[in-house]
Ligand binder design. Sequence first.
Ligand code: SF4
Length: 717
Amino acid sequence: MVQTRSTCPYCGVGCGVVIEHDGAQITGVSGDPDHPANFGRLCTKGSTLHLTASASITRQTRLLQPLLRAERGKPATPVTWNTALDLAAERLSTIHQQHGADAIGVYISGQLLTEDYYVFNKLVKGLLGSNHVDTNSRLCMSSAVAGYKATLGADAPPCSYEDLALADTVFITGSNMAWAHPILFRRLEDGKRAKPEQKWIVADPRRTETAAMADLHLPLLPGSDVALYHGLLHLMLWEGFTKPAYIAAHTEGFDALKARVRDFTPRETARLTGLREDDLLTAARWFGDSPATLSLYCQGLNQSADGTAKNAALINLHLASGQIGKPGAGPFSLTGQPNAMGGREVGGLANLLSAHRDLANPDHRAEVARLWGVPSVPSKPGKSAVEMFQAAADGEIKALWIACTNPAQSMPDQAMVRRALERAEFVILQEAFATTATAPFADLLLPATTWGEKDGTVTNSERRISRVRPAIPAAGQARHDWHIAADIARRIATRIAPGRIAMFDYATPESVWNEHRESTRGRDLDITGLSYAMLETQGPQQWPLPEGATQGQARLYEDGRFATASGKAKFADVPFKPLAEPRDAQYPFSLGTGRLRDQWHGMSRTGTLGRLFGHDSLPAVDLAPADMARLKLAEGDLVEVRSRRGSLVLPARGSDTVLPTQAFIAMHWGEEVLTGHDAQGRPVPGVNALTTPAYCPISKQPELKHCAVHIAKAHVP
Ligand code: SF4
């Protein structure tokens, strides 16, 4: 048996794994005892990676050869790689020539490695000449990006995992990390055991497993986060928990915010959030009057039509109380996907450029054009995820190239997404799995490698870059994502810009990495000192790590200088806005969505293993016992959950984790077990039959967390 060190492909904790294999098959997996994210631990998902890898082969869910669908609705048939690549390039070039660069949308994924992301981003912005490349990370962290940039000046989470044990107060808000980031939660539990006086505040409408372990649970009304943070700042000012000297020396814009939060009295905040005034006071004291306060947050803030304001209002609290730039303190966003951070670093979103550069900045565009050796990078912002699919549904985008993600299940408003996939003239799906909900819509399916086969790097929530190493050869004819993208890019360049063929002459993922790291020179995330060789000898490293440095930097802003032009952090004077779709008489329940402990995304990987259904085996809608009684529902009765966009029928489950007038459905279930209908009665899978496409105007992140629904006993014939 041989052992290969790699990284878990599930969540943004980024645990190190040791893969056991015989060179042909993966036989086991264990936690890497030397990896600084997990020190040998793995959660249920990570510890079953070897089983899901083999199950995807035996259950024939892997895509093993290129397939072409000659006619929509008919089965796809095998073609050679050369045929597939030529066809992809030919169709994309023709659409490019006939309709322009804006007629092509490329939708990628936080599951891709940094090297994959880099090539896709360069292909769209440096070759096709548009910025229509976006990622499913738009659905999970773009509000965190926008929140950091608006306040601290750069998209750089300032903390480290070691801060969990050093904090005196931990404020977990909008995250059920006990389930969504399990190994990080274990580290938090360890810290609390060693330091029992550490206080945990959890703000979450549901009494999740995380909330149940809190010293103080704040069950705020859905969407009232900004009101809570403004109310806490009001109390911190009133009680003297702010740090005027820190505010004066290191920030700007406090007076406007101070005037804003004047109205968020304890009584008014209690009214807006549904919380008790004395709990608000306790939370303000624990947050502000603590040697070190650490906030941990995720989708509860991000997946919101007001996501940027929620992130920024939380960061305001840290700036006002000086809880940043010191051990155990700071606003620490948790990333959902394994490489959402890497995608941000290479600028793989419609509004970003390489190395945290902004598309809107002409100097940044010129720098990237110079690096890539092209005359210019287009200035027109690209379409973000929801906008891209809306444009395809409207006929504006003619070709969709989807890599390593499953929009026909994971995007909000599935009726709209289906219109987009059907109306697009040409859909490429580059995937490891053949059985996703998106596969039937693809004209061309390109088999990609996956965990155990892939080679490159990922970055976790604490800015730590780890190697992903191949243990076994690619399954079937699968190829690496960066390799497929580069092959198609060269073929497109032959047709539309022969001078740019050499831009994609990469021999290895390391050659892509070396180009990427050079693009970071002088930037906040400078990694010019980090090589594959260093990752080999010194293990995973945090950025920045500029040329000459011997190790990465654990904590940012310790000198009180921020990444803004003035060096001062900016308070965000943001108003409180209600939910995009508040409940009303017609739709009287507020539906929340979220994760299960043992499942991942649309279950393409975890759904292949029976044992991962032991924790929660079937979809259900959780309702408060009082609502179960009011609706005359018994446990397991089928109910129809209906929103303005569609409906689902599923069992009702009484649960004291939700409050009356609220409901909860897990996000993972797909068409195999949970098929709903759109407003026209057409079948659509999972909870996104119901969700709204409303999105934050700044981050463009959709409000996947909440929508208003009607719930009634289903009439099943
Ligand atoms: Fe993988 Fe996340 Fe579990 Fe770690 S916590 S083993 S990264 S799923």
